[in-house]
Design a protein around this ligand. Structure first.
Ligand code: CUA
Length: 158
């Protein structure tokens, strides 16, 4: 069967891109230990508030200067609803949901994950621009979805 030269070029090009992308994922997974934001840590969604990992929510600053944020995403709010973290240090977010699937997006940044009941979502991000950021739920979760938001304040470091 005859395949036009240009068609052939595009087919090999598209195939090459697929191989490049899969290779990138493979390298990141194997050599850098990158995992999806859920990082496959489970939790009983019915006892989120009693679970010691989420019993205390808010921001913890570690001795090395990095920060950890513990948050619960639930219908139709984030707990806590306002958080303050320092700029220019790694900030690790840990989130879970006691009810349905929510989204967690820090608008204008790379911070974005699904929050799935039964799992702990975790990702680390460094904010280099101090200021106030809007956090929104970007997964439809019910009648109050459009009101589900929080505020992140990134403060100038010491
Ligand atoms: Cu929570 Cu939409």
């Amino acid at each position: 069967m005859h395949v036009d030269l240009y068609e052939r070029i595009w087919m090999w090009g598209a195939g090459g891109i697929v191989i490049l992308f899969l290779g990138t994922i493979g390298v990141a997974t194997v050599s850098q230990g990158r995992l999806p934001p859920s990082h496959v840590e489970t939790i009983d969604p019915q006892s989120v508030f009693a679970d010691e990992r989420f019993a205390e929510r808010g921001v913890t600053i570690h001795p090395d200067g990095s920060a950890e944020v513990i948050m619960i995403a639930m219908m139709f709010n984030f707990l806590p609803n306002e958080i303050r973290v320092p700029a220019n240090v790694p900030v690790t977010f840990r989130l879970t949901s006691p009810d349905v699937v929510h989204g967690f997006q820090i608008v204008g940044t790379n911070g974005n994950t699904m929050v799935v009941p039964g799992y702990v979502s975790q990702f680390t991000i460094t904010f280099d621009t101090p200021g106030e950021y809007l956090i929104t739920c970007n997964e439809y979760c019910g009648l109050g979805h459009h009101n589900m938001s929080a505020t992140l304040i990134v403060e100038e470091g010491a």
